[in-house]
Ligand binder design. Structure first.
Ligand SMILES: NC(=O)c1ccc[n+]([C@@H]2O[C@H](COP(=O)([O-])OP(=O)(O)OC[C@H]3O[C@@H](n4cnc5c(N)ncnc54)[C@H](OP(=O)(O)O)[C@@H]3O)[C@@H](O)[C@H]2O)c1
Length: 205
């Protein structure tokens, strides 16, 4: 599958690496394609290439957006048309909601990118868990949500292919819950001192 990744930071490079290792074609989109972060992402991701944000967005059947919450809408605008594409929103906000976001980032992306098939995913846990979601006998859960069932199934497969147990949290309106869950993960990891080797697991009976 052709995957465009907007943002070559911790999340973009971790997921790009795992998907490249699984044989997907990755084009990273960076504001500075020759910068150190882009070089580091490329070095870890077999066969991946780097270009502009617009080039990566045009390339991907799936377009992952992984930039700071405050920059998400700028990045979406820099992508050009995302109509028909599966857009994966891995982003979070902390403190004040970014300008232009009244509810969740995911719903703001859907509003800013008409026709995009937005799926919230990969936001609830740290990038270290994306590189290795295994906890002994158990795998970390990845909660995802979105309004397009086919898009959600593709993203669920991308998550399970790198080792997550996928939990479908329903429609895109559930994204605000996933964004708050990410805030709780950061709180536990960094303010409560638990560290980044923690992950969510849904128990059922
Ligand atoms: N880190 C985690 O463990 C984690 C886990 C889950 C979710 N998240 C969320 O995922 C998102 C990315 O986090 P991260 O830790 O990967 O961030 P990061 O390491 O700080 O990297 C952010 C990337 O976004 C790029 N960027 C910033 N503004 C941009 C714009 N307007 N257009 C295009 N690219 C832009 C940066 O490039 P420049 O060098 O050009 O600024 C950089 O490559 C955030 O919303 C974060 O809350 C993070």
């Amino acid at each position: 599958m052709d995957i465009g990744i907007i943002g070559v930071g911790r999340v973009g490079s971790a997921l790009g690496r795992r998907w490249a290792e699984n044989g997907h074609a990755i084009l990273f989109g960076a504001r500075d394609p020759h910068g150190e972060m882009a070089k580091a992402a490329l070095a870890q991701s077999p066969g991946a290439r780097v270009g502009s944000v617009r080039e990566a967005a045009a390339f991907g059947e799936v377009v992952l957006i992984a930039v700071p919450g405050i920059s998400v809408l700028d990045a979406v605008h820099a992508c050009g048309s995302l109509r028909g594409k599966i857009v994966v929103d891995a982003n979070n906000w902390f403190g004040e909601r970014p300008p232009g976001v009244t509810r969740s980032l995911a719903e703001a992306i859907a509003e800013a990118a008409p026709g995009a098939r937005v799926v919230k995913a990969f936001n609830i846990t740290g990038s270290g868990n994306m590189l290795d979601p295994c906890y002994g006998e158990q795998n970390a859960d990845m909660f995802i949500c979105g309004d397009d069932a086919a898009a959600k199934s593709v993203v669920g497969e991308l998550a399970s292919s790198i080792g997550f147990d996928v939990v479908d949290a329903g429609p895109l309106s559930a994204a605000i819950g996933l964004e708050h869950l990410a805030q709780l993960w950061v709180h536990l990891a960094y303010r409560q001192g638990m560290g980044p080797n923690i992950a969510w697991k849904l128990l059922r009976r």
